[in-house]
Design a protein around this ligand. Structure first.
Ligand SMILES: Cc1ncc(COP(=O)(O)O)c(C=O)c1O
Length: 502
């Protein structure tokens, strides 16, 4: 059979069609305008609302069908300015304290522009981008006391890094060759452990890895939201006696709810005794390692078999960038490496570089390393250390402000950078207090002045502020308290606490 030729008569009219700008000078001006606009927007952030809903006319236009005809770059940019730019999530704002979002270092913004301009696929073929990624992970190893020979990969975020760590752990601890037989060849069901405060990405990983969410044992926590070591050990013993295969413990270096840090040294000891893999989810908490005075609380982190954390949270870099480390480089590569002929370079070739796809799931990867590289050169490790330390003090300051207000109650100890508290009022039952705090939250978020998020701790709905923001000042925390008090009093005055349906 021969391949037929497509009928292309009349199109393209010649063989020189291009999607590059027709007018490069106009493109240059547009680029200058974009930089002008974004710098002006950054300067205006503090006086802009943290968040505002997307109005219905903009929403409608965001549902328009695909444009079939070109509008040109200027018109496309106008649409962005009008429909997208005014309605951000808010995490660049100095008074954004929701979930655990980073605040976007300016140098990271420019770095992403440069990375897109270079546009390398950081995969197998050596070029300066792959050397920058190698240098960046080497720097991160130095910064976080990670052994030199450990396997490492920059990822899209901690969910992906957790999947990488737990996949290597599964393959290393399985009784059979999981890559070949899948879990079908494993006679014993593999079990992993973590506290009830563990992030859902671990459950997702257990499901994706074919272990099933019921193979993830959620161990209760103590009053400080740290894993209960006694219950953990009893659970491992019980599972072993039942013929199951305990294989991994997930330690938390900063839980998503309260920032609690498990006793990682004790977990490392226990894992050694039972021959289990220790994976540490340090999504944001691991970054506090940069402050020597916090290291004792994180001790054990450096003993993990695998460690996952984000640079787009507490290193303030624009999304997305996280990192996965695996102490045993060979185990890391044994889990992911494949060498198809179309990816194999001759070892003699100058172009023979690190094969990043041997360390993770993706083959084609963006040049994330550049923003880390430029940010570290710009600010130095000491710059990050100082900023992170300030955030820890700010969370403490917020907790102190809460303690001073009779209407507010701190609900969990502030062990790192997360403060959980709620509005309380005499005479309201627990459901009414929960409803009141939900309404306060939605009023404060909708008001655009400050943006905390919420969680539930021991059935109590709490207002939660996570401080991973390099723009926040002391006054921003005072404003947050003011907003919450105002909303609480206004709602109480309007009888708002009694409603359950918010
Ligand atoms: C403790 C913890 N682990 C994992 C994650 C997931 O990280 P990412 O959203 O970067 O995938 C988060 C996100 O908030 C987290 O707080």
């Amino acid at each position: 059979m021969t391949m037929g030729r497509h009928d292309v008569s009349g199109f393209p009219p010649d063989l020189d069609h291009t999607m590059d700008p027709e007018d490069w000078e106009a493109f240059r001006s547009l680029g200058h305008r974009m930089i002008e606009d974004l710098v002006n927007d950054m300067l205006a952030l503090r006086s802009s609302p943290v968040w505002q809903p997307v109005p219905s006319d903009a929403r409608k236009r965001l549902e328009e069908p695909v444009p079939m005809e070109p509008a040109g770059p200027e018109a496309a940019y106008e649409d962005y300015r009008e429909l997208v730019h005014p309605y951000p999530r808010g995490n660049n704002h100095p008074r954004f304290f929701g979930w655990v979002n980073g605040s976007g270092l300016p140098m990271g913004i420019l770095a992403d522009l440069l990375a897109s301009a270079m546009n390398p696929s950081v995969g197998t073929f050596e070029n300066a981008a792959s050397l920058v990624e190698e240098q960046v992970v080497q720097w991160l190893k130095e910064m976080f006391a990670i052994p030199n020979g450990a396997g490492a990969l920059l990822t899209s975020g901690c969910s992906m890094s957790n999947i990488i760590g737990l996949t290597v752990a599964r393959n290393a601890k399985a009784l059979t060759d999981v890559r070949s037989t899948g879990l079908n060849g494993n006679a014993q069901r593999m079990i992993l452990y973590g506290s009830t405060e563990t992030h859902t990405s671990i459950q997702k990983a257990a499901e994706l890895l074919g272990l099933g969410s019921s193979s993830f044992r959620r161990i209760p926590v103590d009053d400080a939201y740290r894993i209960d070591l006694g219950v953990l050990e009893a659970s491992i013993v019980e599972d072993r006696e039942a013929g199951l295969l305990p294989y991994c413990v997930v330690g938390n270096a900063g839980t998503v709810n309260t920032g609690a840090i498990d006793d990682l040294d004790a977990l490392a000891d226990l894992c050694e005794r039972f021959g289990l893999w220790l994976h540490v989810d340090g999504a944001f908490g691991a970054l506090a390692w940069l402050c020597p005075e916090v290291r004792p609380a994180l001790s054990g982190l450096q003993r993990a078999d695998s460690l996952a954390f984000d640079l787009h949270k507490w290193m303030y870099l624009p999304y997305d960038v996280g990192v996965a480390f695996v102490r045993d480089d060979a185990a890391h590569r044994d889990t992911f490496s494949t060498t198809p002929p179309y990816l194999t370079n001759s070892p003699e070739s100058d172009a023979h570089g690190t094969s990043f796809s041997d360390y993770g799931i993706e083959l084609t990867r963006r040049f994330r390393a550049l923003k880390v590289w430029l940010a570290l050169k710009t600010h130095g490790v000491s710059g990050f250390e100082a900023q992170i330390r300030q955030n820890i003090y700010q969370a403490q300051y917020l907790a102190d402000r809460v303690a001073e207000c009779p209407e507010l109650e701190l609900v969990a100890p502030v062990s790192l950078n997360v403060a959980c508290f709620r509005f309380v009022a005499d005479g309201l039952g627990s459901e009414e207090l929960n409803a009141l705090n939900r309404r306060i939250l939605s009023r404060v978020q909708g008001g655009g002045m400050a943006l905390p998020s919420s969680t539930v701790l021991g059935r109590r709905v709490v207002i939660r502020a996570a401080v991973t923001n390099h723009r926040s000042r002391k006054e921003d925390f005072d404003l947050l308290i003011e907003e919450i008090l105002q909303a609480g009093h206004a709602l109480l005055g309007a009888g708002g606490g009694a409603e359950h349906d918010v």
